[in-house]
Design a protein around this ligand. Structure first.
Ligand code: DGY
Length: 324
């Protein structure tokens, strides 16, 4: 008897085929997101699940899945999973680090530039046939990216990939991280560690790139935004909840900062309604890793994790290491 597994979203056909060779697979063919009770019902007889960040794997779901041995997240972030609850039940939780760093750094830069150069507003104007701002001297103009100061909060692999891109724009890079990165990397990235308040005060662009945990909930709120330059732009491609959306909406409405580029939001897929009317916010639907090549690598990594866990081997990327 093959172990039973659930794949909660539609994945690539070659991935499903590979899985079917080893497992009895239930696959979300029509890609309709499942509500928590439906997810719980479908997990009732499964030993493994390939999940995404939109699947909340909490106590209630785990209680309905007595045979579950592994939650293989197709993501690097695992804040959708109650890890202590999984560990208590001996369920391994795995993730896909490393394979999405450059793709997420690319999107971060895309949002930074889109907000700086008002790309979304320009796109809307062209579609309306509105060219009156094209050669205006005082219209709401953009902000230079080149030679500006970029502040990165969270200098892990993705933070460093963002800093690397900044060197091509001759930017000055400040960073804040719990620990300093090795001196050779600071030199390579032309990056200087500073206290967070100094970073907020001196940066033209502030990028947050920390993994979500309760300790960083609302790391950027009204008090932090108040320390930023009125001309600054905030970019969040990390996780919803790291930025206080209500505080940011208010600051953007009052033009306390100039703009924002946001890929992640509190309570996704819901959105603070205030964002919708803000021309100075560029919004994308959590697409940091959404390129074909990267999503394929994420799926392959997640399959390797799941297969190892169900075959009694050490998964390459185990999050609850107590279960190694
Ligand atoms: C991740 O990997 O955590 C991303 O946010 C999901 O694409």
């Amino acid at each position: 008897m093959k172990p039973k597994i659930l794949v909660t979203r539609q994945v690539f056909p070659e991935i499903v085929e590979a899985l079917r060779g080893r497992f009895d697979v239930e696959h979300n063919d029509d890609d309709r997101p499942w509500a928590p009770d439906e997810l719980a019902r479908r997990l009732a007889d499964k030993q493994g699940v390939l999940a995404t960040v939109m699947d909340r794997i909490d106590e209630a779901v785990l209680a309905a899945a007595p045979a579950l041995k592994v939650v293989s997240n197709i993501a690097v972030g695992t804040n959708n999973v109650d890890i202590p609850a999984c560990t208590k039940r001996g369920i391994r939780v795995t993730n896909t680090p490393g394979v999405l760093d450059d793709t997420t750094a690319d999107l971060t830069f895309a949002l930074l530039m889109a907000a700086a150069r008002r790309i979304a507003e320009g796109d809307a104007q062209v579609r309306r046939g509105d060219w009156k701002l094209a050669f205006a001297m005082q219209s709401p103009l953009g902000t230079d990216v080149h030679h500006a100061t970029l502040g990165i909060i969270g200098m892990g692999r993705i933070g460093q990939a963002i800093a690397k891109r900044a060197t091509g724009f001759d930017m000055r890079v400040l960073y804040n991280n719990r620990g300093r990165i090795p001196e050779a990397d600071e030199r390579r990235l032309n990056a200087t560690w500073v206290e967070r308040d100094r970073l907020l005060a001196e940066s033209d662009f502030v990028v947050v790139m920390v993994p979500y945990s309760p300790a960083v909930h609302h790391l950027i709120g009204a008090a932090e935004i108040a320390k930023m330059k009125p001309t600054a732009i905030l970019v969040n491609t990390a996780r919803g909840g790291v930025v206080d959306d209500a505080a940011l909406v208010e600051a953007l409405q009052a033009r306390r900062i100039a703009g924002a580029g946001l890929d992640v939001f509190e309570g996704e897929p819901k959105l603070h309604a205030g964002y919708l009317a803000l021309p100075n916010a560029v919004l994308t639907p959590h697409i940091g890793s959404a390129t074909r090549a990267t999503r394929m690598r994420m799926c392959e990594t997640a399959v390797a994790n799941l297969t190892a866990a169900l075959e009694g081997r050490a998964p390459p990327h185990l999050v609850n290491r107590e279960l190694a």
